[in-house]
Design a protein around this ligand. Structure first.
Ligand SMILES: Cc1ncc(COP(=O)(O)O)c(C=O)c1O
Length: 484
């Protein structure tokens, strides 16, 4: 369907819609945005400049003009079934810019397989039957291994009794109790479905509790797909972002300056345990001085500290990332790994914020799914019983050491940062991630999945044998890179 058939009129230049205040981008501006994406691949840069263009990944040599692939001639990873799915998707799903890390826009053109049909342990199989050792862990949820038998048995047992039923299920209460037993210092828990639910609800609780509107976040931090937490502001009226400020990470002075100017209005600081802009930017921890500044800020202003542990959770410290940071948050947001692939998230908070939480109307149809609660309880049980954290750490260290050795051997200049359980790697002097795309393409061709623009994740299913197999493939891929 063309734009005129669909009833939308393309605007010729960027305009301020005086009624809504929303800035509209012209088709020409969208076209012009393409190459900029390749030059500035940091997550926020990409998202802030990405436009809501329809369409899905190109597979047949037709590359939309608004996208600038680093290598348009790269042979596809997808086999015939995968390519056919892209063609079908192109017709029915406006997903080309949507869906973030899985979209061709962010994962790169023909870098990774588009469609995965099966997963078990640390391995996945695409729709054409090709098998891969997976270090994306589906962007975090695969903590203990895909289709972990104990997690699946717990979920199945509840499914056999019923999942979504009238009123509360006992599973919700079991889940809240288990969360509060898992880590100390918190007084209440709410079972949720998405990490975005947790961060959004946390902001609302802080606002209700303090009576203040403003939320402080940090530059490049993605906290979910809802309007304030996202870095992708297309489709969001600008006044919806009025009560939001983003400061540079680890910048004590910026925090102090903000405090003196507007500190009294702040309901909460919403932060992640790590600064992870993506692209060719390293992962950075919070410095002790930064943590101290956050604590000073909260003491003087009464702002709550919300730790968004949705991404890093269970991979920085077995009892929550705050334990590794030396921070005592007022609320902790969990998701992703919490249900080992089942849609489970949670917000947990301190007694002081219970009043704020009790004033809020928050509900959603599938919050009451009992299956996810049991999957999450089983995940916590197995994670703690098996010391999965130590297993992931060992696996990550083995992978990083092997990878570094192979990189040295083939003169590949990569930077590694972040924890071994959740490492970030990128090529030095690779501003558009072209080398990283090539590397991920070379490893995918041989059966290992890394994402070219975001960090990797380890799971407890990454045993020595699969790490060593992956290191061999990585070495062969570096050799292919060194060849040209
Ligand atoms: C740090 C962080 N917070 C929140 C979210 C949102 O979680 P979800 O995608 O489950 O809504 C994400 C998702 O990637 C995330 O990385």
């Amino acid at each position: 369907m063309t734009e005129s058939e669909s009833g939308t009129t393309p605007v010729e230049s960027g305009t301020e819609n005086s009624e809504s205040g929303v800035r509209e981008l012209s088709r020409r501006q969208l076209l012009a945005a393409g190459p900029a994406l390749a030059l500035a691949p940091g997550l926020s840069t990409l998202l802030l400049s990405s436009e809501a263009a329809g369409g899905v990944a190109p597979t047949d040599g037709k590359i939309p003009g608004y996208w600038s692939p680093t290598d348009p001639n790269r042979p596809p990873i997808d086999g015939p079934k995968g390519q056919d799915l892209w063609r079908r998707a192109d017709k029915v799903m406006p997903s080309y810019a949507m869906f973030l890390t899985r979209s061709a826009r962010y994962a790169g053109y023909n870098v990774l397989p588009g469609f995965i049909a099966e997963a078990e342990g640390c391995r996945v199989k695409d729709v054409d039957g090709r098998s891969y050792i997976d270090f994306t862990c589906s962007a975090g949820p695969n903590l203990l291994g895909y289709r972990h038998p104990e997690i699946e048995a717990a979920a199945r047992a509840q499914a056999n009794a019923g999942d979504l039923m009238p009123m509360f299920s006992p599973a919700m209460i079991d889940f809240c109790e288990r969360l509060l037993q898992w880590t100390d210092g918190f007084d209440w828990a709410l079972p949720l479905k998405r990490g975005s639910d947790a961060t959004e609800l946390a902001m609302r609780v802080a606002r209700a509790a303090t009576g203040h509107p403003h939320i402080l976040m940090f530059k490049d931090s993605y906290h979910g797909s809802n309007r304030e937490q996202s870095l992708l502001y297309e489709g969001t009226p600008t006044d919806a972002l009025e009560h939001l400020s983003r400061l540079p990470w680890n910048d004590v002075a910026a925090l102090d300056d903000f405090k003196s100017a507007r500190g009294k209005q702040v309901a909460a600081i919403l932060m992640s345990p790590l600064d992870q802009p993506g692209g060719n930017h390293p992962t950075r921890s919070a410095s002790p001085e930064f943590i101290a500044a956050i604590n000073r800020f909260r003491k003087r202003t009464g702002a709550a500290v919300i730790l968004d542990d949705v991404r890093a959770g269970f991979r920085l410290h077995p009892k929550g990332s705050h334990k590794a940071m030396g921070l005592v948050p007022d609320m902790l947001c969990l998701g992703k790994a919490l249900g080992n692939g089942h849609a489970s998230a949670a917000l947990i908070g301190t007694a002081a914020l219970r009043g704020g939480a009790e004033r809020i109307l928050y509900s959603s149809t599938y919050l009451f799914s009992a299956v996810c609660c049991h999957a999450a309880i089983a995940t916590l049980d197995v994670y703690e019983r098996d010391n999965a954290f130590a297993t992931m750490q060992r696996a990550g260290e083995r992978l990083m050491a092997g990878m570094q050795k192979a990189a040295n051997e083939y003169d590949q200049h990569l930077s590694f940062s972040g924890p071994a359980t959740h490492p970030t790697m990128f090529y030095d002097n690779d501003p558009d991630s072209a080398l990283m795309e090539r590397f991920c393409h070379e490893t995918a061709r041989r059966g290992v999945l890394f994402h070219p623009r975001i960090w990797s994740f380890m799971s407890a299913a990454h045993d020595d044998a699969c790490i060593d197999e992956a290191i061999d493939i990585i070495g062969t891929s570096f050799a292919a890179m060194a060849d040209k």
